[in-house]
Design a protein around this ligand. Sequence first.
Ligand code: NAP
Length: 282
Amino acid sequence: MQGKTVLITGADGGIGRNTTKGIAQKGARIIMACIDVDLAKPVLDEIIKETNNKDIEIMHLDLSSQSNIHKFAENFISKYSSLDVLINNAGVFSLKRFETEDGLERTIGINYFGHFLLTHLLLPVLEKSGEARIINVSSDSYKQSKFDLNNLQTEIKYTGMKAYTASKLALILFTQELAEQLKDKNTTVNTLHPGHVSTGIWNMWEHPKWYQTLIVKILNTFFISPEKGAETSIYLACSNDVKGTSGKYFSKKKPVRVSSKYNNIQTQKELWTISKYLTKLI
Ligand SMILES: NC(=O)c1ccc[n+]([C@@H]2O[C@H](COP(=O)([O-])OP(=O)(O)OC[C@H]3O[C@@H](n4cnc5c(N)ncnc54)[C@H](OP(=O)(O)O)[C@@H]3O)[C@@H](O)[C@H]2O)c1
């Protein structure tokens, strides 16, 4: 990865920080795109210390704000002339329904629409960077999605799971459609399930009661470590095995078939158009 530039969103979270560390160990230049620069700074210092790779920096990115995503992309493009790997890793899960400043339901707004917009704004720099790779961190929870294009904002009967699983299925449909559109280019796009990983995403209660803290503790004992959870992202970013592979969904570093129930080209195309409209790209 020497000489490659890698951008990772949510790079200071559980899976993100271990993905950053794993790729830093291979010598790439890394841009950690983080919402809270002060919180990310000690993570950056730790990764530099552990990997001896000093070519890592933090840039502020708030995926819940389309104006901030535009500002981030402009700053990035003015600073860097190439981008070899974009890892759309940041993600949230929320028991309560909130809206972003652009009026989108917050979970799908950050996990999917934010990354949809970011990817589009960075596509020109990715496309001119040779064999660039886009990696979307999804989840096998997509299988539980009752995906409804008429209720993408989960305005009707919000549950945290409904919003989260829709956002993760949307990332898979986005991957497939983008792969189709990039098929004559050098840029590839794949998606993945990292495993069930012990990270901060499961701290879903704002002011947890004792039994909620216990639930999270018990859940975490069954989950894999963030280091293990980063393995498929690192593999897709760095391995020669996946050179030229595009439009696939990976788990444990292997391509896995997306269930045909959710693998619908019509839905894929409709979601693409809606997403362009909601991110004001059309
Ligand atoms: N953990 C699992 O079992 C699991 C399973 C399947 C898929 N995933 C996926 O893996 C990815 C990484 O999650 P994780 O488990 O490592 O969770 P995490 O530790 O909570 O990390 C999530 C990261 O996203 C960042 N983030 C949140 N809102 C953001 C925003 N508006 N703009 C930019 N960044 C933002 C967080 O920053 P702050 O911490 O500063 O808010 C944090 O760095 C997510 O996409 C998640 O859906 C996780």
